[in-house]
Each structure stands twice: as C-alpha cells, then as structure tokens.
Design a protein around this ligand. Structure first.
Ligand code: TRP
Length: 452
C-alpha cells in the first residue's frame, strides 16, 4: 500500500469527509432531487431512491474509495494498477476512461445550471423578487434562461472558477473553504425548512408528497431515474470518489466514512425537498415543473420572507459553493491522469479539461434559448439528453462494473489491507457488492428497457 500520492493528500480524515461530502452535496441535492422527485410522483420514488443509496450506493462508494486508496493514482491508472495487482486484464482501465468521459459530460450541463445559480445570486440580491408572485417568478426564470448571452457568460464564469481552483491542486485553500461553507449551508437549510414548516401552511402536504408510498404511480423508468439520482447525488460511478480516495489518509475507516457521507448527503436532499414542496403547494405551482423548479420556488419564498433579499442572496451563494465543491471532483480524475501521463503542471491539465468541457457545454447553454426546439431524443433538449444519459445509463453502468471488479476481481489481500478498520462489516459489504448491487442495477436496466 502506497502511503502518499504525487498529487498531495487530505490533511486528515475529517478533511476527506469534507471534500467527499463537498463533492456529494451539490446541485444534485438542492436542484435535481426535488425536481426529479416531483416529475416522478414523489413518495414511492423517494423510497426507491433511499433503498438505492443504502443497498447500492454505500457499497459502491466503499469500493471506489478502497480502489483509489490502494493505488493512490488517478482512476485510470488506479484501475490498471489494481487489475494488475489482482492478476486481471488491464482492460479494466477502460472503466477509468469511461469515468473521465462521464465527468466531462456531466460538468458540461452542471456548469450551465451552476451558471444560473450565479446569476440568481445577483437577481435575489437586487431585490427583484421582493413580494413576487408564483407567476412572476416563473416568467422571470423563463426570461433569464431564454437570454443566450447571459447564460453563456455565467456558464463561462463557473467553468473559470472550477479551473482556477483545480489548477491550484489539493490545496489547503479548498479544505478551508469546505470546512466553513458546508456547515453554513446546512444551517441555512435548517432555517429554510423551519420557515417552510411555519409559514407556508402546506408543510404536511409537502411531507406527504415526499413520504407517501403510492407504488401504483411508479413506472420502471421512474425506478431507473431514482437509481440514477442515487448515483449522481453520491458522485458515484465515474471515479470522482475514487480520485478523492487516492488522497485519503490510510488509517481512516472506509465503511464508516462512506456511511457518514451518504447520510449527510441524504439529509441535505430531503431537507431541500421539505423546503421546496410546501412552497410549491402554497403557491399553486406544478410539482412537475422540471429543471426550473428551484429557480421559481426559492426566489418566491425569499421574496415573501422578512430579510429575504439578504438571506436569498446568501443562500444562492452557498448553493454556488456547493456546486463548485462538486464540480472540482468531476474534473479531478481527468486532471490527475493528465498530470501523471504527460508529466505536466496542473494548470495546463486544468486548462485543457476546462476548454473541452466549455465546448461541449455550449450545447446545454443553447438548450433553453436558440436551440430550445432542437430535440435529441423525444422531447429532450441537448441539456436534458446529457443529463439523462449520464445519470441513468453511464453512472449506473460504471457502478455495476466497479462493484463487479471490487467484489469478484480485486485481490483479497488489497481488500484486507484497506478494510482493516472495518472487519465486522466486511462480509456485509462483500455480499452487497458481489450480489445485490450488480443484480439490482441490472434488473432496473432490463425492466426499464422492456417497459418502453
Ligand atoms: N454529487 C454532485 C451533486 O449532487 C454532483 C457530482 C459531483 C457528481 N461529482 C460527481 C455526480 C461525480 C456524478 C459523478 O451535485
């Protein structure tokens, strides 16, 4: 077992937890979870999502961390090293390549949404939503995303921020930022839940929507979307957590840490739902409004709240930070690989990756304006397609392969070394990784295909 990576190391287990939860907690929790839950009918969807987090997500997160930590390299090279050490074919490194590609695809639309968030910091700060109605908030959103130059500018700013942070490396600057920002985000979310609980008058309806299990409404496609959301929100299936695991101190318990991260992430998602749905019902908005949901409900809530101009602005700043700490994990696998392979600086690697993502992202920038009637599949725009394909196909597929590799191929010597701190949980992890995760993901894939 190597004790260090050439890219640097987290200074403690806590810093790994913060970095990994920084990766996990992001737009997936605050923006995507409420709107996909809304589109897929609520309760039953949430149940499937939670089951996927605990039965499939946590075991795969453990697998990613342990592969990364044993090799202390970028996911592409970590897969190769781990495969060679286990006498398996080095073709397994293709999994690392698939992850790099997925990271590019995800960031290309993620940065567009994050750009909307940046713009909303200023819109809320300007007080334009003060006393606003549901209708006004909706037309303000439609007007904003319809403006190609504005969306393009904010998207470019977000990519720029991501590049400038990753170029500096696994820095103490990032560690410090995450250390303060994540707790503040958590705190403000609690304030908002309380606000929604007491002032919307529809909190129970919100609760019911999220937690009443009406399985009749659930199609296999919704099950697939719930599973994809579980992968997305935990940052699994493309090597982000594997890359972060490579910088994790070797004495920390992997299973305990992964469980903690999953719990925090789930907490943030459910709280976001408890903020957004009561507001949806209170203002007679559509729960299935799609990607715009957060950008309509939250400004509305803040617009009606005392001090809302200030809190709204702060909240969107924090959402932006959550998005940044996630975005950097989307490019870390590619950047670490370029540094290892080309022996170049992180700055060059980061610029290269940023340039590619920017180009690919243009398609998503245009999806709400000049290309809003260009559909790739069915009614899906470029942005919707990137989102759908990565979340519902590439990430779960990557996840199955990681589970199969860790469960059946990886040498037990490596696993023993990495899981020393988790002895009694080892058999449970192994059972879930060998059988439950691959079988569950396969069944969902097959059923969703058959049903269409
Ligand atoms: N988990 C993040 C979110 O919820 C997004 C993210 C970061 C991600 N890194 C990832 C998703 C890797 C999939 C794979 O916002």
């Amino acid at each position: 077992m190597k004790s260090d990576s050439i890219h640097g190391m987290w200074s403690s287990r806590l810093m790994f937890v913060l970095a990994a939860s920084g990766s996990a907690v992001g737009l997936g929790n605050i923006w995507r979870f409420p709107y996909v839950a809304g589109e897929n009918g609520g309760g039953a969807f949430v149940m499937v999502y939670l089951a996927c987090i605990f039965l499939v997500g946590i075991p795969i997160m453990v697998s990613e961390i342990l592969i990364g930590r044993s090799a202390r390299q970028s996911p592409i090279n970590a897969m190769r090293t781990a495969a060679e050490a286990s006498n398996a074919t080095s073709c397994w490194q293709l999994l690392g390549w698939m992850g790099v590609l997925a990271g590019f695809m995800i960031l290309s639309f993620y940065a567009v949404i994050a750009g909307w968030v940046l713009a909303y910091i200023f819109q809320l700060g300007s007080g334009m939503f003060t006393g606003s109605s549901g209708e006004l908030a909706k037309s303000a959103f439609d007007g904003f995303v319809g403006n190609v130059w504005e969306v393009l500018a904010w998207f470019t700013v977000f990519i720029g921020i991501t590049i400038s942070i990753t170029a500096r490396g696994v820095s103490s600057g990032l560690e410090v930022a995450v250390k303060y920002l994540m707790p503040i985000l958590f705190f403000l979310l609690v304030v908002l839940v309380i606000y929604a609980a007491f002032t919307s008058g529809h909190f129970l309806e919100g609760l019911q929507f999220l937690f009443s299990f009406d399985f009749d409404k659930l199609s296999w496609n919704s099950v697939l979307v719930a599973m994809g959301q579980a992968f997305f929100t935990l940052s699994l299936g493309m090597g982000a957590i594997m890359a972060y695991g490579a910088y994790m101190p070797k004495d920390a318990s992997i299973v305990g840490t992964a469980t903690l991260i999953a719990l925090m992430d789930t907490g943030v998602a459910l709280m976001s739902g408890l903020v957004i749905f009561p507001l949806v019902f209170a203002n007679a908005l559509e729960s299935s409004a799609g990607p715009g949901l957060m950008f309509i409900t939250l400004p509305l809530a803040f617009g009606q709240m005392a001090g809302g101009q200030f809190f709204g602005c702060v909240f969107f700043i924090l959402v932006a930070f959550a998005a940044i700490t996630s975005a950097i994990s989307l490019v870390e696998p590619a950047i670490a690989w370029i540094v290892e392979k080309l022996n170049t600086t992180r700055l060059i690697a980061a610029l290269l990756v940023g340039g590619c993502v920017w180009l690919l992202g243009l398609g998503s920038v245009f999806s709400t304006n000049i290309w809003s009637d260009v559909f790739i599949f069915g009614e899906m725009t470029f942005l919707d397609t990137m989102d759908y394909v990565t979340n519902n196909i590439i990430l779960p597929l990557g996840g199955i392969l990681i589970a199969l590799f860790a469960g059946w191929i990886l040498s037990s010597k490596i696993i023993d070394e990495e899981l020393v701190a988790d002895r009694w949980l080892y058999p449970i992890w192994q059972f879930l990784t060998r059988f439950i995760a691959p079988i569950a993901v396969s069944i969902v894939f097959i059923m969703a295909l058959l049903q269409d």
